[in-house]
Design a protein around this ligand. Structure first.
Ligand SMILES: Cc1ncc(COP(=O)(O)O)c(C=O)c1O
Length: 398
């Protein structure tokens, strides 16, 4: 088969399985209402949990940053791309995460690639929750370490596996999302941290969806549970609750120094623009100074889950601002997303390989800018969409 045949066939196969993805053009800034084509729709599709992506103060910080630093960083961090703005952001992030130091990467995805591959390599072993984010799986593959997946959320199995591999040569690392991106449930962190301590295993937490949302100061699930010991590194993103772009690892000075020396996704790429660092620092300041944003978000998520549960929707174990409506087949998920879009609601269908087979879903992602009325409208629309999708063919491509 020549390349073009293979490409066409792959796309055809994806289409036939209801798995082909398409880009949807949004014509306005991030917010609870966005323009798509000529319509303004109520959107539950963004990780802009604290509404900071379009906050006037964050915009102003970015504008000021550009005025001072220009736009592009022009070089990697280890050449001329490291500015006072990067250093100031890293100091603020370390303070936020109760860590000795923090290192910023251009994206959260690259943070995971760099972090895992700096900590382990060939001959080492990584334990990973089956539903961890794809970036962690790519990171493990890049590292060359052996991989053992444990069933989603099963701290008991993780303990058994560590016991089984107790005498294996090499280092051991356990990685877990803290708030899972497609299920919205929480990792059993206390049990995992204890297990890692007992077996001398490193522990990396992906707090991408918990950063700015959970814990007394919004630092994440580890903070919410009061867990400070035994965490090798906590990663977070600047791209979700903090409304910008970038990722970071917070850890000891030695771990951060190792990242600067070993993390290829830190070393061999251009630095995040200094203006993006200024915007992120302002977003972080607001997130810490205005706890009512995360309180409102979590209260709304709770009432949304209660309303959806009362109507019999399967939300898995969601306990956060991410609420999946698990419907099974890709076709059913697409049909429901299309029915919602007909009613002016944008709530994306998530299908394999992003989620396991037979668990295609709608992913509701709440932000503190949504209102109780928005939730009521969503619940009503979902009830109708569920009925319509029993018969309706799929109309939405992406
Ligand atoms: C759990 C998790 N980790 C890491 C990432 C990557 O973060 P970023 O989008 O900043 O690259 C994401 C985002 O998609 C995520 O959901």
């Amino acid at each position: 088969m020549t390349d073009p045949d293979f490409i066409r066939q792959t796309l055809k196969d994806l289409q036939a399985q209801g798995l082909r993805r398409r880009l949807l053009e949004v014509g306005s800034a991030a917010g609870p209402r966005v323009r798509i084509g000529r319509r303004t729709v109520l959107a539950f599709a963004s990780n802009n949990y604290l509404g900071l992506a379009n906050d006037p103060r964050v915009r102003e910080a970015a504008r000021h940053g550009i005025a001072r630093w220009g736009w592009g960083a022009g070089a990697s961090r280890l050449l001329a791309g490291h500015t006072e703005a990067h250093a100031a952001l890293e100091a603020a992030l370390a303070d936020f995460k109760h860590a000795a130091a923090a290192i910023v990467f251009p994206t959260g995805y690259m943070t995971n690639l760099g972090l895992v591959s700096a900590l382990v390599g060939r001959g080492d072993l990584v334990l990973s929750d089956r539903e961890n984010h794809a970036s962690l799986y790519d990171a493990i593959r890049l590292s060359g370490a052996g991989l053992v997946r444990y069933p989603h959320g099963s701290a008991a199995t993780a303990r058994d596996l560590l016991a089984k591999h107790r005498d294996a040569p090499g280092r051991r690392l356990l990685v877990t999302d803290t708030v899972f991106s497609m299920t919205g449930d929480l990792a059993p962190l206390a049990a995992l941290a204890e297990t890692c301590r007992d077996f001398g295993c490193m522990l990396v937490l992906d707090e991408a969806h918990a950063t700015g949302v959970l814990g007394p100061t919004g630092a994440g699930l580890a903070e919410a549970l009061g867990i400070r010991e035994g965490i090798t590194a906590g990663m977070g993103t600047l791209s979700k609750a903090l409304g910008g772009i970038g990722g970071f690892a917070a850890a000891s000075r030695d771990v951060c120094d190792l990242l600067v020396n070993r993390a290829r996704s830190f070393i061999y790429t251009t630095a995040l623009p200094a203006a993006a660092c200024e915007a992120a620092r302002e977003a972080l300041r607001i997130a810490r100074a205005e706890p009512d944003r995360r309180e409102r978000l979590l209260a709304m998520a709770k009432s949304a889950r209660e309303a959806l549960q009362a109507k019999g929707f399967d939300m898995g174990g969601s306990a956060s601002q991410i609420i999946p409506i698990i419907v099974g087949t890709p076709e059913r998920a697409l049909a429901m997303a299309a029915a919602l879009m007909d009613k002016g609601i944008f709530c994306p269908a998530i299908r394999p390989p992003t989620v396991p087979p037979r668990t295609s879903r709608l992913r509701i992602s709440l932000t503190c800018e949504h209102t109780e009325d928005d939730i009521a409208r969503l619940v009503e629309a979902l009830i109708e969409a569920r009925d319509q999708a029993k018969h309706a063919p799929s109309k939405l491509g992406g």
